[in-house]
Design a protein around this ligand. Structure first.
Ligand code: ATP
Ligand code: MG
Length: 563
């Protein structure tokens, strides 16, 4: 492809409001343009990458017996009513004005609709149906470019099985396919076992990559690959040691001491000696949560323990519930359930609020002084704590979800009446799985992981072109002739070349653009080296440069591409 005739509008400056590297470089390299918030157009260079990713996904989905569909994005609303998901999606779902149509945010319902009409017998199962197709979600905060868009491409697949064992097979086929896809795309990823969330079913895993653009926080152990969303992550942190003797309770005047850090500084004690109090409301009833020192309450864990939604008590409610304001609350005399993190199990000689403003109490013995404490793991794990599976350290960081595999069970088939007759002639709902990959996210995450200060560093099969051929002077006939010959020879050999044949662009500008676009190899044709019948090669990733004799160019390039 000739740059002189192509639409690759590169930008010198970092565009406004682009923060994460992939967003910046996809804009600067002329791969995407924003149409409106969360809605992006892919320009030819960017779309070339999307097609390459899609091709890899297709090959791996076909390899596990997937059959490709193409479902409509415009759906009659009534099908979505069958599973109550119009309500479940709420504002995230786009409605066509008269509300009889919606724009599909995913396709469980539509695939189940087709399954219900055709998969009637166990003999029709198993099936894996997939598509690579546009989804619409009215994301409240579209951000980081195509990483969270309001319209995006998803590979979504759905498995239909007769038994739980068969579902396990479809699920592990997808697991393998996903690993192949992300490996082939040269992505460094890890897999998080998620608690089966709002979609229902049993067992699900998320394929994640570490990234500042991520909106999930995960705990990860490099050593044993333990990975968990912090909402459920655990660590091997030990409970406080119980001292041999419990001291007497003593009330201590602590004027203006509110936080655990202030209390520790004031009393010259360690934070592990403090029981931090948090009041929550569950089913309209207040309860007290006690955490060790500065540990934070993991509200997801707390909700799991209590069953149902909780909310922190409002500041105005605290006084009424405990007799004190935030900063002076504690377990002594608290009327209601006291839920305590495992780190404080059987602990004694603790300090906590006195339920009286500006006072704390020392010498608290959980066994002696707290009213029926109930112990659970309630903490948010922190970086540096010991991995629950091995002896190495956990790292806590932000991450992006690339893909998701999910055992749906019979949630959709039951709701929609997609039943089949089993071998004994009995009618059962089909057992389903659903599996998604964000195609644009794969591209953005690749760039997140493969760039430097000058631009993108394509170093894999995803590169839009294998070579950028740079002619340093299109006004000198001998340079033009040599560059054209090289271009023709490379393309004749099936190599995908982006030829910078722009007449008016300066050499420095062409070099900058080549680094920004980031093709794996640059072939630079200039007047000086041509005199010795040579061209210069630059390897984008290492920055290494060397000369090659034009006569031996083809064979050497082939070797380079193989490497
Ligand atoms: P997230 O938690 O990031 O919102 P999700 O759980 O809503 O993701 P799924 O419904 O499982 O995502 O969709 C499957 C895949 O589609 C995700 O793993 C992700 O790669 C991609 N995806 C989801 N939402 C978006 C979006 N708004 N923009 C781009 N890709 C998305
Ligand atoms: Mg989402």
């Amino acid at each position: 492809m000739r740059l002189s005739k192509s639409f690759v509008p590169t930008l010198k400056e970092v565009p406004n409001d682009a923060v994460v590297a992939s967003h910046v470089y996809m804009l600067r390299a002329g791969m995407i343009r924003m149409l409106s918030a969360g809605i992006y157009s892919f320009l030819p260079l960017g779309y070339k990458v999307i097609k390459k990713i899609s091709q890899i996904i297709r090959e791996e989905m076909d390899a596990i017996g997937g059959q490709e569909f193409h479902l409509p994005g415009l759906n009659p609303r009534e099908i979505w009513e069958e599973t109550n998901r119009v309500d479940a999606f709420g504002d995230t779902m786009f409605h066509i004005k008269n509300r009889e149509y919606i724009l599909a945010p995913t396709h469980e319902e539509i695939m189940t609709f087709h399954a219900r009409n055709v998969l009637k017998s166990y003999k029709d199962l198993p099936q894996i149906w997939y598509q690579i197709q546009t989804k619409f979600r009215n994301e409240a905060r579209p951000r980081s470019g195509v990483i969270r868009g309001r319209q995006f491409l998803m590979k979504d697949s759905y498995s239909f099985d007769a038994t739980a064992e068969e579902l396990d097979k479809s699920y592990s086929l997808h697991d393998k396919a996903y690993r192949n896809i992300f490996d082939r795309c040269d992505l460094k990823y890890f897999v998080v076992g998620a608690s089966s969330g709002a979609m229902g079913g049993t067992g699900s895993e998320e394929f994640m990559v570490k990234s500042d653009a991520g909106e999930d926080t995960v705990a990860y152990c490099e050593h044993c690959t333990y990975a968990a969303n912090v909402e459920v992550a655990q660590s091997k942190i030990l409970p406080n040691k119980r001292s041999e003797f419990s001291s007497e309770l003593k009330e201590i005047s602590t004027p203006n001491v509110k936080s655990i850090d202030e209390l520790c500084a004031f009393l010259k004690i360690d934070e592990s000696q403090c029981a931090k109090s948090r009041v929550y409301i569950h089913d309209d009833i207040p309860l007290l949560v006690l955490m060790c020192g500065n540990d934070e309450v993991n509200e997801t864990k707390l909700e799991k323990v209590l069953g149902g939604k909780i909310r922190p008590a409002h500041l105005e409610e605290l006084k009424e519930i405990t007799g004190a304001d935030a900063g002076s609350i504690g377990p002594l005399g608290f009327k209601g359930r006291i839920i305590v993190d495992n780190r404080l199990k059987d602990a004694n000689n603790l300090y906590s609020g006195a339920n009286k403003n500006d006072y704390h109490i020392g010498g608290i013995d959980m066994n002696r002084d707290a009213n029926k404490p109930e112990y659970f793991d309630l903490r948010i794990v922190k970086s540096g704590e010991e991995c629950p599976n091995c002896n190495n350290k956990l790292e806590v960081f932000s991450a992006i979800e690339l893909g998701h595999i999910f055992k749906l069970g019979t949630k959709y088939s039951s709701a929609m009446g997609a039943n089949f007759l089993d071998e004994s002639g009995k009618e059962n709902p089909i057992i389903m799985g659903s599996y998604g990959i964000g195609v644009e996210r794969v591209m953005a995450c690749y760039i997140e992981q493969h760039h430097d200060e000058n631009g993108i560093v394509w170093d894999s099969v995803l590169a839009p072109f294998q070579i950028q051929l740079i002619s340093l002077n299109m006004k000198k006939p001998e340079v033009v002739e040599a560059s054209e010959n090289i271009y023709n020879e490379l393309t004749a050999n099936g190599i995908d070349v982006l030829f910078d044949d722009r007449i008016d662009a300066q050499a420095g500008f062409k070099f900058k653009d080549a680094d920004l676009l980031g093709m794996p190899f640059q072939v630079i044709v200039g007047e000086k080296k041509l005199k010795d019948n040579k061209v210069e090669i630059k390897i984008r990733k290492s920055g290494e440069r060397f000369d090659l004799d034009i006569n031996e160019l083809m064979s050497n390039i082939k070797k380079l591409l193989k490497s």
